[in-house]
Design a protein around this ligand. Structure first.
Ligand SMILES: Nc1nc2c(ncn2[C@@H]2O[C@H](COP(=O)(O)OP(=O)(O)OP(=O)(O)O)[C@@H](O)[C@H]2O)c(=O)[nH]1
Ligand SMILES: [Mg+2]
Length: 297
C-alpha cells in the first residue's frame, strides 16, 4: 500500500531530496520550512505547526503535529468522512473546468461497481457537447447507464431524471457531473444551487455527497475557488485531489485540509478508471517524512 503512495508522491519527494540530499535525525526549523514550502504547503499553516516546536525538529515531533491537523486534536476540529446509508446515494461532482471531474466520475463508478454496487451516471454538464459525449463514452466502457440531454438544456432536469431513474431501477449510487464553467461566476453559482434544490426534490436529503474535485497540480492556488464552491453549496462533504501523479506540490493537501476542514476521500493518480486510491493520512504523512528523516527502524 505504501508503494502506491510512494509512486504517487514521487515528484514531491524528489523535490524534497533535491533540496535535502540526505536524510536527518533532526532538522533545523528553517531548513524544514524551506522544504515544506517547496511542496506547496501554505506558509501560515506551516508557522502554526512549527512555532510550538524547538529549533531542531525530530521526525516524531513533526509527525505528531501533522497528524493533529487531520485528526483534530487540540487546536483543530476533527475531519471525518460522512457515512451514507440512503439508496440511491447521490453524489454531485463539482469543480472548475479541467480539474478532472468527468474522469473522476468514471473512477468512482468503477470503484462502486467493484464493490458490487449498481451505478447510474448523470451528464449534468450540459454546457459543452463534448462533456456529454465524454461521460457517455465512459458509460459504454464501464457498461453503465447514463442519463443525458442535449447541450444547453437545464442540468437540473438531468439531475432530477438521473435520481428518479435510480429510484425506479433500485440503483445504489447516482453520480452527477456538473459544468466547471458557465458564462460567468454568478451563473455557475446559481446553477449549482438550483441543481442541489432539485436533487432534494427528486429524493429528499440528496445530494448526499457534494464532492469537490481539485487539480493537484494547482496546489494551494486551487483553494480560493474551493472556498467559493463551498460557500455556494453551503459546505462540501469531501475532496478528491487529481493529477497528484504529475506534480511536486503534494504538500498542498495539508493546506487543503486546514482551510476547508473536509476530508480528502481519494487521490486521482492517472487517466484510467482504475487510477483512484483511497486517501490514507498516515501513509501520506509517512511518505513525506521518509524523504526528510532517517528511518526510525
Ligand atoms: N495524470 C492525470 N490526469 C488526469 C487525472 N484526472 C484527470 N486527468 C486528465 O485531466 C484532463 C481533464 O479531465 P476531465 O475529467 O475532462 O476534467 P473535467 O473537470 O471534467 O473538465 P471539464 O468537463 O472541462 O470541466 C483529462 O485529460 C484527464 O485525462 C489524474 O488523476 N491524473
Ligand atoms: Mg467534464
Amino acid at each position: 500500500m505504501l508503494g502506491i503512495f510512494k509512486s504517487t508522491l514521487q515528484k514531491t519527494t524528489q523535490n524534497i531530496r533535491d533540496l535535502l540530499p540526505k536524510t536527518h535525525k533532526k532538522i533545523d526549523k528553517e531548513a524544514l520550512e524551506e522544504i515544506l514550502i517547496a511542496t506547496d504547503m501554505d506558509y501560515d499553516l506551516l508557522e502554526m505547526i512549527l512555532s510550538p516546536l524547538g529549533e531542531q525538529i525530530s521526525r516524531n515531533e513533526l509527525e505528531v503535529a501533522l497528524l493533529r491537523l487531520f485528526r483534530g486534536e487540540s487546536y483543530y476540529d476533527s475531519v471525518q468522512a460522512k457515512v451514507v446509508e440512503d439508496k440511491p446515494n447521490v453524489c454531485l461532482i463539482i469543480g472548475v473546468n479541467g480539474a478532472g471531474k468527468t474522469t473522476t466520475i468514471a473512477k468512482l463508478a468503477n470503484l462502486y461497481k467493484k464493490q458490487g454496487k449498481s451505478v447510474i451516471l448523470g451528464a449534468g454538464d450540459t454546457f459543452r457537447a463534448a462533456a456529454i459525449e465524454q461521460l457517455k463514452l465512459w458509460g459504454q466502457r464501464l457498461n453503465l447507464p447514463v442519463v443525458a440531454s442535449q447541450i444547453g438544456h437545464d442540468p437540473s432536469a438531468v439531475a432530477f431524471d438521473t435520481i428518479t431513474s435510480a429510484v425506479a431501477k433500485n440503483i445504489d449510487v447516482a453520480i452527477i457531473d456538473t459544468a466547471g464553467r458557465l458564462h460567468n461566476q454568478s451563473n455557475l453559482q446559481q446553477e449549482l444551487q438550483k441543481i442541489t434544490r432539485i436533487c432534494d426534490k427528486a429524493k429528499a436529503g440528496s445530494p448526499h455527497q457534494k464532492i469537490l474535485i481539485l487539480d493537484g497540480t494547482q496546489g494551494t492556488s486551487s483553494l480560493e475557488q474551493a472556498k467559493i464552491f463551498s460557500q455556494t453549496l453551503g459546505g462540501i462533504d469531501g475532496v478528491i485531489v487529481t493529477k497528484l501523479d504529475g506534480t511536486s506540490k503534494g504538500g498542498a493537501i495539508f493546506s487543503m485540509i486546514h482551510t476547508l476542514r473536509v476530508p480528502i476521500l481519494y487521490l486521482g493518480v492517472g487517466e484510467n478508471a482504475e487510477d483512484l486510491i483511497a486517501f490514507n493520512q498516515e501513509e501520506y504523512i509517512a511518505t513525506i517524512l521518509d524523504s526528510i528523516f532517517e528511518p526510525t527502524h
